[in-house]
Design a binder for this molecule. Structure first.
Ligand code: UTP
Length: 292
């Protein structure tokens, strides 16, 4: 059976919801405690054996390439000043996986960004990890989806029940329970109006797709917001009985949203091996002085 060894990380969006932070710094590079968001995502992919990662970038995102490259001047400086373990930590970022880049020349939507990966993907199944969706947990979310792919051999989407206010900003799925946390996805709609909503299950940040998606994307018309929507293409798979959803475990943070960025920093800092305990004490003191 073909194992998933390739991943695509779309990171070419404009990040308008987190301006002005994302004006000169891609939102995927915004910090969570001591690492940019996209490093958590690459680490998640590497943890499940993915070896080749294509990051979809655009103008102004070359800082992503710098982050996953060696910085010989910095590494040499750290080694010469007795900070060898920090030098190793920094160097390891460049050696995690084979990281490739392609530019999405116009910001035409997530579906268009995924279509830019057609040549890289070739004829094997691949993972998609949205560049602004950080998911942390003991069992990597993309690994949970890979297991479902191996069992059902169809497209797989990561799903969660979200509140009424969020479902209209994400997507809504028509699902049928299959086995534990796995559901058959029968239909889906991107950013639904109230009358279009199927359920409160939305697609959140992770999918496994087969190359068939490219043929569908090539014939999909622009959808909500005039963008080529990945959901609209995946809908064709769902309606053909070719899609399951995994209600994945893990803490998910939307780095495309100001509140999401704050939650990520607070919650991940609380578990940080070096600063976690101090931060917890700081937070307890702070909370004592906060009134609702
Ligand atoms: P989003 O729709 O959340 O990103 O796409 P956005 O367009 O940057 O959001 P706004 O402007 O705040 O509303 C999810 C992921 O897909 C990427 C984004 O970078 C993000 O990681 N994306 C989106 C692309 O790579 N290309 C696109 O054309 C759109």
């Amino acid at each position: 059976m073909q194992k998933i060894r390739k991943a695509v990380i779309p990171a070419a969006g404009l990040g308008t919801r987190v301006l002005p932070a994302s004006k000169a710094c891609p939102k995927e590079m915004l910090n969570i405690v001591d690492k940019p968001a996209i490093q958590y995502i690459v680490e998640e992919a590497v943890a499940v054996g993915i070896t080749d990662i294509l990051i979809i970038t655009n103008r102004g995102k070359s800082v992503i390439e710098d982050h996953f490259d060696h910085s010989y001047e910095l590494e040499t400086h750290l080694r010469c000043t007795g900070k060898g373990s920090l030098a190793n930590e920094v160097a390891a970022i460049a050696d995690m996986a084979n990281i490739h880049y392609i530019r999405q020349k116009e910001t035409l939507g997530l579906g268009h960004a995924v279509l830019c990966a057609k040549t890289f993907v070739g004829d094997e199944p691949f993972a998609v990890l949205y560049g602004d969706d950080v998911i942390v947990g003991d069992d990597p979310a993309i690994g949970q989806l890979c297991r479902a792919y191996e069992q059902y051999r169809t497209g797989v989407v990561g799903i969660r029940k979200v509140s009424d206010s969020l479902v209209h900003r994400y997507s809504s799925l028509k699902v049928q329970p299959l086995d534990g946390s796995v559901y058959r996805v029968l239909d889906m709609v991107e950013k639904p109006e109230k009358s279009q909503k199927f359920s409160n299950y939305s697609i959140l940040g992770r999918c496994i797709l087969t190359p068939e998606i490219f043929r569908i994307l090539e014939h999909t018309l622009p959808g909500v917001g005039g963008e080529l929507q990945l959901t609209d293409a995946m809908r064709a798979l769902a309606q053909n009985g070719q899609m399951v959803g995994v209600d994945f475990t893990g803490d998910r943070y939307d780095m495309g949203d100001k509140l999401g960025i704050l939650k990520a920093n607070v919650e991940i800092a609380l578990h940080h091996p070096k600063i976690g305990a101090d931060f917890r004490r700081y937070l307890i003191d702070l909370v004592k002085n906060i009134q609702e």
